[in-house]
Design a protein around this ligand. Sequence first.
Ligand code: CTP
Ligand code: CA
Length: 223
Amino acid sequence: IEAVLSAGPLQGRRVLVTSGPTHEPVDPVRYIANRSSGAQGAAIARALAALGAEVVFVTGPASVPPPGGVAVVCVETAREMLAAVEAALPVEAAVFAAAVADWHVAGASARKLKKDAGGLANLEFAENPDILARVAGMKKGRPRLVVGFAAETDNVVENATAKRARKGCDWILANDVRHETGIMGGAENAVTLITGEGVETWPRMGKDQVARQLAGRIAAALA
Ligand code: CTP
Ligand code: CA
């Protein structure tokens, strides 16, 4: 009876969540990063696990601890995150909540760059792999449901709708990350869910609540 009671709607379903920023090394003492606490990703992983899912949580160096009850894979760079994601496949659903750096420093220095030798102005950058687009575009073994985020400051729904099409993901959660919204680093989120069916703006609520709502929708989609 206990086993039956604890069997959530995602029991036996393997899902993946990416979370946190990535850090791209410049030299042994410096890195380039995106701003991300990892709070929303951790909440999503926790909510999916609470519904019974077997969660693989691939996280960059976040400032909040990973949730319990999930398999945690810690990475530093976008390239490491891609490798960890590929190693975690196959999964039934994948949520890409990480704030992945779009570029890394080509030929990061093994020696500390000194101020008097030109410094950062001489750095060259190379584009990072787009992990979400890669997984969404898989010909074989694609997760049944691929969910991305779109952090925007302008034309939020329009940009996020275009992003969904460009990346080939099923759903995108758009959020307005203008500084004055207090969302980055805060406890609340205001998201718009964009699916093939249309656009739904959710009221502003706690990141935990956003996570529970999303997890419920994922469970319904996989059922
Ligand atoms: N993403 C990813 N790998 C990258 C860049 C982004 O997996 N190298 C994922 C993010 O986790 C997020 C989604 O793609 O789910 C959108 O990220 P975002 O930075 O908003 O989109 P970009 O395509 O990088 O466009 P831009 O930063 O120019 O707005
Ligand atoms: Ca980006």
